[in-house]
Design a protein around this ligand. Structure first.
Ligand code: PYC
Length: 309
């Protein structure tokens, strides 16, 4: 098997990008994703599961563009399945293409299974992504955790999020393991009413005064995002915009649990329905170039099944 994979990270969150051609059939990215799920899911498990991968990794596969006006297509996947969009992953993919000499500074468009997005590769290697339209679905949905009442907003930013302001508690000073368990419990309560939600974001005070907020983001597969989460920051901006707390064009600096930062702002798509187009800026670093080897005698060459790790 000839499979080349480039590793990068964006704000500490890894992206493992397949740059070899994989024959995914379909007339849309969503159809190609379904084809990959059916016929090539072993590539996902081989790259993300142990012993070759790590559960925290997000994978990406670069596709030829379906519409010739676009630069490329991309499918994102993780330890348990496929993601609609991925902000840190998009920035990782753009840096990967730049590192390979396949992308020059300027504006490019990428096809994803939730819609086309624009990316600007800056001369200094930062990337700004203009995400899909993002919006809030529900405000102040009440839940009870350990006897405490919390309010969640539900919003879409390329993936579906439950967003909870926990700045009145000391939650964000707790360990990642503790927050993971709390977020899993929150998610199970939220999904009774909003089954589409698969990410949880807890917001609190930033560590650095330069930033507006700090977040802990639980992703599907029960890993937390080391970056501030591009789709999560988009969902956050949709809530701020709907509440009139952030005007269009103003920069919002979102700090991640580990202290990395995304700069974000938005423009209205439709002010009446409070739908916005968020822009997220950050940069990624390539940190590996892997030739995948699949030894037919290796019982775990396609990854260890998750129920055994
Ligand atoms: O940056 O959008 C993001 C993301 C989603 C899951 C992990 N990162």
């Amino acid at each position: 098997m000839q499979l080349r994979v480039i590793d990068s990270h964006t704000g500490g969150e890894p992206t493992r990008t397949i740059v070899s051609e994989v024959p995914l059939v379909g007339t849309s990215v969503a159809e190609r994703l379904a084809f990959m799920h059916k016929h090539f899911d072993y590539l996902r498990t081989a790259l993300i599961h142990e012993p070759r991968g790590a559960e925290v990794m997000v994978g990406a596969i670069i596709l030829s563009a379906i519409d010739p006006k676009n630069t490329a297509g991309v499918i994102f996947f993780n330890n348990v399945g496929y993601l609609g969009m991925c902000g840190h992953g998009t920035i990782g993919v753009v840096e990967t293409l730049r590192w390979l000499g396949k992308l020059n500074p300027g504006v490019h468009s990428l096809e994803t299974c939730v819609g086309d997005i624009q990316v600007l590769l800056h001369e200094d290697r930062r990337v700004t992504l203009d995400n899909v339209a993002s919006y809030r679905i529900a405000k102040d949905y009440p839940i009870r955790i350990d006897g405490d009442s919390l309010m969640a907003d539900i919003a879409y930013g390329g993936n579906y999020f439950a967003l909870l302001d926990v700045s009145h508690t000391d939650l964000l000073s707790r360990s990642a393991d503790f927050l993971t368990k709390q977020s899993i419990e929150i998610l199970s309560k939220i999904r009774i009413e909003f089954p589409q939600v698969d990410h949880v974001e807890l917001f609190g005070k930033p560590i650095s005064q330069k930033n507006n907020s700090r977040s802990f983001v639980l992703c599907p597969g029960n890993q937390y995002d080391r970056s501030p989460c591009g789709t999560g920051t988009s969902a956050k901006l949709a809530c701020l915009a709907a509440d009139g707390k952030l005007p269009p064009g103003q920069i919002w600096r979102q700090e991640s649990f580990i202290g990395s930062v995304f700069e974000a702002s938005y423009v209205w798509v439709d002010q009446a329905s409070k739908s916005i187009r968020p822009s997220i800026t950050s940069r990624a670093f390539v940190n590996g170039d892997l030739q995948v080897i699949a030894d037919p005698e290796d019982p775990f060459c396609w990854g260890i099944p998750r129920d055994r790790t």
